[in-house]
Design a protein around this ligand. Sequence first.
Ligand code: SF4
Ligand code: SF4
Length: 314
Amino acid sequence: MSQSELSAKEKTLFGQSTNPSNIEPLKLTMDSKLKFRCHPGVSCFTACCGNIKIILTPYDILMLTRRLEMVPHEFLHTYTMPTYLEKTDMPGVMIKMREEDNKCPFVTPEGCTVYSDRPTACRYYPVGMADFREGGSKDADGNEVTAEEDKFFFLVREDHCKGHEEDKEWTVGEWRADQGVDQRDEMNKKWLRLIMRRKSYGHQANLSEQAKRMFFMASTDLPHFRRFIFESSFLDTYTLDEKIIEKIKEDDVELMLFSFDYLANTLFGAEIPDMQMKEDKIKEKVVQIKERQDEAVLSAVRDYEEMKKERAKK
Ligand code: SF4
Ligand code: SF4
């Protein structure tokens, strides 16, 4: 399969960064019409469930681990492999195809065995969404905004997909509602924005290994992230609204949404309402930074003095 075929489902999730031949060069709106139907009667049934890159979002992982009654660590080890997200240095996971037939581990001749909890990319296909707010737009108060006019949709039309030859007609909005995409968008949007923001920064800004590890851990393993919040020095360092603490203690979705805010703060310096670093910790940080700067100056002075000595010897 060509690269464009390989990444068709990935494209529907991350948007249209190039225009491979299988993407129709037409911007669609929520009211645009499409003819499509996928059902066990199509000759290509499950053809799109193999030899494909399906990136998992944190919400996909949460839903699949619940469905399969697995802890994230076990799920990641069994069903996924590491990848980088959307041409950035941000680590993520994709579904590991079966070795014997290069198909998704969840597909059978009867269809998808995790259908009602299938990943976001599988729901989007064949209607992708492009979002112009890649760097994140803000309103006058600095809040991230979602303007409908920033978005458009596009159709992926691959030769092997016979669903386009079916008679069922939908608007894009109806199709998305039927596939449960809107709810996924709501759950994924802050996470996708982190990746798009990183992408728009390019390689101008370094992301430390520690930051990448934190991004991976928060994105793939919520129990681990919860331990980080409640069992590390996190709550000694930050003041966090009591209501938030109560919510993220028990509720995985709330914890996931909080992790996106936390990552936006640590990776890009975004402010989190109701979370502030404690005064004494800020002072400690300032002292640490100053000590590091002092040490850097002293070391530069030492280097300079040594160079002078070397020159004098010569
Ligand atoms: S998760 Fe389900 S729909 Fe998605 S590729 Fe696998 S079998 Fe197909
Ligand atoms: S109709 Fe398209 S989406 Fe449905 S199984 Fe066939 S290739 Fe996949």
